[in-house]
Design a protein around this ligand. Structure first.
Ligand SMILES: Cc1cc2nc3c(=O)[nH]c(=O)nc-3n(C[C@H](O)[C@H](O)[C@H](O)COP(=O)(O)OP(=O)(O)OC[C@H]3O[C@@H](n4cnc5c(N)ncnc54)[C@H](O)[C@@H]3O)c2cc1C
Length: 210
């Protein structure tokens, strides 16, 4: 988040850039040959408007609705590859114990790829405010916990006790938050014979790897 804020501050220091916050892109306006605008909804008031544009860039991440938007403009279906190992993440923030709040290294316990069973892995990432972000993860079938009481016992099932030993010493500041959006996904715009002028797609909206 710190890096994101720094980049954001530098971008917004450029007076030519205006940021519209809490604005949702509803769809693209144009046709299969050219995108000319986007339809935007103000998430607070619900008001909708059309913003004309010479160039529209879809950077809306792995949940991008680009395929849907393009099919509404009668662009042929975008080919898509999905490789999904069923990776899930459970994350909890801790207060680092006294003496470990600054200069503590990141800790990563990886899965053992030689075992023919679902992988389990865990990390402790020290953050700048004396907290640790602790994430436990697994591939499909390893029964990741979503419950606070099961977090430490699950950490004990990793192949090395270090993550569990560390969080046993630390105070939890949040409950467990679970994410299951770990599929690898790639779109292939380059395989289409037709692509609308004035439209780019980048970042996870184009290719999200894990
Ligand atoms: C659990 C997890 C762990 C990860 N760990 C790592 C890691 O350790 N290292 C690493 O390099 N990468 C990691 N990644 C991947 C990394 O987060 C992404 O590759 C990166 O954030 C993609 O950036 P982006 O700008 O393309 O999309 P995002 O960061 O997803 O940004 C997309 C933005 O678009 C907004 N948006 C979406 N739809 C609309 C709409 N219709 N209208 C308006 N706005 C919209 C979203 O709210 C969001 O703010 C991880 C991802 C996940 C999910």
């Amino acid at each position: 988040p710190v890096l994101d804020w720094k980049v954001r501050d530098r971008v917004l220091a450029n007076g030519r850039i205006t940021l519209r916050q809490r604005a949702e892109i509803l769809d693209l306006v144009g046709d299969a040959k050219r995108i000319t605008a986007v339809r935007v909804r103000d998430m607070d008031t619900g008001a909708q408007e059309t913003l004309e544009a010479d160039l529209v860039i879809d950077a809306s991440g792995r949940g991008s609705r680009l395929r849907h938007w393009l099919s509404a403009l009668e662009v042929p279906p975008l080919e898509e590859d999905i490789v999904d190992a069923g990776i899930a993440y459970a994350t909890r923030v801790y207060q680092a114990p006294p003496g470990a709040a600054a200069g503590f290294p990141a800790v990563n316990v990886a899965a053992d790829h030689r075992l023919r069973e679902p992988g389990r892995f865990g990390v402790v990432y020290p953050q700048e405010d004396g907290t640790w972000m602790v994430t436990l993860s697994c591939t499909r079938g390893a029964g990741l916990t979503a419950h606070d009481d099961d977090f430490l016992p699950y950490a004990r099932t990793l192949r090395h006790p270090l993550v569990a030993d560390l969080i046993d010493l630390a105070k939890p500041l949040t409950s467990v938050a679970v994410s299951r959006v770990g599929a690898n996904r790639r779109l292939y715009p380059e395989r289409l014979d037709i692509w609308p002028e004035g439209l780019l797609v980048l970042g996870d909206a184009l290719a999200a790897f894990n």
